[in-house]
Design a protein around this ligand. Structure first.
Ligand code: IMP
Length: 192
């Protein structure tokens, strides 16, 4: 069965495809020739994920899913949250975002944080959500060069090093997105 993933991020597609059986074929927006920018104007991860999935369903008429992720830091009242990509400005620069988090966290003793991914799935006329969370702490400084986004300053509770210092396979096992994908995959198995 075909399912569109409202993304052009090949890493995400590879990750979920590796978890699915051959009976599912995941296509990106590029794969189906959809080049318009998908709006993302919600104020929660749920609203954004659903907005993206509905936009694709409305334009292509096909079953699809979309994801949205945020880094939620306790001492910053859940910021950057839904604004994680553009926390330091519209250019979505990871180095600047990290610098801003570290500066906002200066002098804060509570360094608890979590990554949260929400997936909105539209299938067979139903709208469903799947959530994945990984808890951890914000490090005092960047550690490691792997991964992307906030990986160098986030250390999950299940590991002794930052996301940027672990192999991708290990990160995928415990990450917010990996956990949300697992729930989606379990659901898809029940209808296939
Ligand atoms: P998106 O919803 O997957 O595009 O994620 C929004 C933003 O959250 C990204 O631009 C990154 O800054 C951050 N982010 C999402 N997933 C991760 C991750 O696995 N590691 C580090 N940062 C992430």
């Amino acid at each position: 069965m075909d399912l569109i993933f409202a993304t052009n991020n090949q890493h995400k597609v590879a990750e979920i495809s590796s978890m699915l059986t051959d009976s599912w074929s995941i296509q990106t927006l590029e794969d189906v020739g959809f080049t318009r920018e998908v709006p993302e104007t919600g104020s929660t991860l749920e609203a954004n994920a659903l907005q993206k999935a509905r936009y694709i369903k409305d334009h292509l008429g096909k079953d699809c899913f979309a994801d949205d992720t945020g880094l939620e830091i306790e001492a910053l009242n859940g910021e950057p949250g839904v604004y994680s990509a553009r926390y330091a400005g519209p250019e979505k620069d990871s180095d600047l975002n990290i610098r801003k988090v570290l500066s906002e966290m200066e002098g804060k003793s509570n360094r608890r944080a979590r990554f949260r991914t929400v997936i909105a799935l539209i299938i067979n006329g139903k709208e469903l959500f799947f959530e994945g969370i990984v808890n951890g702490i914000i490090l005092e400084k960047s550690e490691g060069t792997g991964g992307f986004g906030y990986d160098p300053i986030f250390k999950p509770d299940e590991a002794g090093v930052s996301f940027a210092r672990m192999p991708l396979s290990k990160k995928n096992q415990i990450s917010h997105r990996g956990r949300a994908f697992s729930k989606l995959v379990e659901y898809l198995k029940t209808i296939n």
